[in-house]
Design a protein around this ligand. Structure first.
Ligand code: NAD
Length: 358
């Protein structure tokens, strides 16, 4: 009986040597959810709190397990001394602002039980106001409004750094002069990236489904060329930067690509791990998303530093992303393996050894 239970547990749920899972249940408010801690070899766990409606507890736990594991890899690749964790709260289908506050306050009592072992912030379903509510009751909240810098700006910086290394690898020079970059998604990161690339002498073609964002980009960057969002990946460019949503690359879209390099901020760009192999086989240099967009994370965890947030330290740590990208590219060339597999192996080496930078 016990054997059967165990196999159901490991087969149907994505347990991967997780250090622990906390089941959240508060009778008085109805709060239910999970906090998963994947690996803390590098330091206390960090990861956002997701607040959304789940069909059942299995679905919520699966999300917590998968996302906390991804945070371990992201922290290790970013070279920061933190581990991977994630909280998911099972939101009712409808909730008033007041009820949500009660719910979140109950959640902070659970966070206190993990005091110093898990730090959390915004994710799907939480906004700046919710973070302020949480921070009122808990010292475990990061990404507090008006404390650290703008994560999107730092995410754009790390993408830009990663692009420079990729340009050097592909064209022998880090220079953006004469290079064409396609940016899909003109949100907070996309616009900041546009500014960095055009300032460095590159030209940008871009797309967004939101007309207000397109208008804003046109106003700020006179030479920007706007193209249809459904076609942008098919344009002949030096770099393609997905900065909208994930699941961008699959067997179909990869065949349509005409870029040399892929380097953008969107999370989970590859639909499956095999798509990394497809890009590699097509000779397109893919900089793994969680490595390129690490600036956002680096910025947020800096709040945990004993002396408080420091912009200059964030800038220094964001610059380290370039070193990791160099290691990934060198490893991919040496072992003739896709960059996504090499990035995972480098992250694993770092967190297994307990050293954020190797
Ligand atoms: P955002 O919400 O400000 O911008 C996303 C933009 O993409 C929006 O303008 C939206 O209209 C556009 N968009 C959505 N679907 C599109 C489509 N099909 N085609 C074209 N445009 C589309 O988000 P952001 O903060 O700029 O982040 C961009 C991406 O980078 C997200 O995937 C995010 O998860 C990831 N990321 C962000 C940060 C950060 O600090 N902001 C850090 C790491 C990763």
């Amino acid at each position: 009986m016990q054997k059967k239970d165990q196999s159901i547990f490991t087969k149907s749920l994505e347990f991967d040597d997780h250090e622990g899972v906390m089941y959240l249940r508060d009778e008085s408010t109805g709060l239910r959810g999970f906090i998963a801690i994947h690996n803390t070899n590098l330091g206390p766990a960090v990861g956002g709190t997701r607040f959304r409606h789940y069909k059942n507890e299995t679905e919520a736990l699966q999300d917590a397990l998968r996302l906390s594991r991804a945070m371990t890899y992201k922290c290790a690749a970013a070279g920061v001394p933190y581990g991977g964790g994630k909280a998911v709260l099972m939101a009712p289908k409808k909730i008033t602002k007041h009820q949500k506050e009660i719910y979140l306050t109950a959640y902070t009592h659970c966070l206190e039980l993990l005091h110093g072992h898990f730090f959390t912030g915004e994710d799907v379903g939480l906004d700046a106001h919710d973070i302020t509510v949480l921070a009122k009751h808990s010292d475990s909240i990061i990404g507090r409004p008006r404390v650290g810098g703008m994560p999107a700006r730092w995410a754009a910086h790390s993408v830009y750094r990663a692009m420079s290394v990729a340009l050097k690898e592909r064209f022998g020079s880090e220079s953006f002069k004469g290079r064409v970059c396609a940016i899909k998604g003109l949100g907070n990161v996309g616009i900041a990236l546009c500014a960095l690339i055009t300032k460095a002498g590159g030209s940008v073609i871009a797309a967004d489904i939101n007309h207000t964002r397109v208008r804003l980009a046109r106003k700020r960057f006179q030479n920007i060329r706007i193209v249809p969002h459904t076609k942008i990946h098919t344009y002949a460019t030096d770099i393609y930067a997905p900065c909208a949503l994930g699941d961008e690359f699959n067997a179909v879209t990869i065949r349509q690509l005409r870029c040399s390099i892929i380097c953008g901020a969107a999370n989970n760009q590859l639909a499956t791990r095999e798509d990394g192999k497809r890009l590699f086989t097509r000779g397109i240099l893919y900089i793994p998303d969680y490595v390129a967009n690490a600036g956002g994370l680096i910025n947020v965890v800096d709040e945990l530093h004993k002396g408080g947030y420091s912009k200059s330290r964030v800038a220094k740590n964001v610059a380290y992303v370039a070193t990791t990208v160099q290691q990934i590219i060198a490893g991919s060339r040496r072992q003739h393996q896709p960059t996504n597999d090499i990035a995972d192996a480098i992250a694993e080496k770092r967190f297994h050894r307990g050293r954020a930078r190797v």
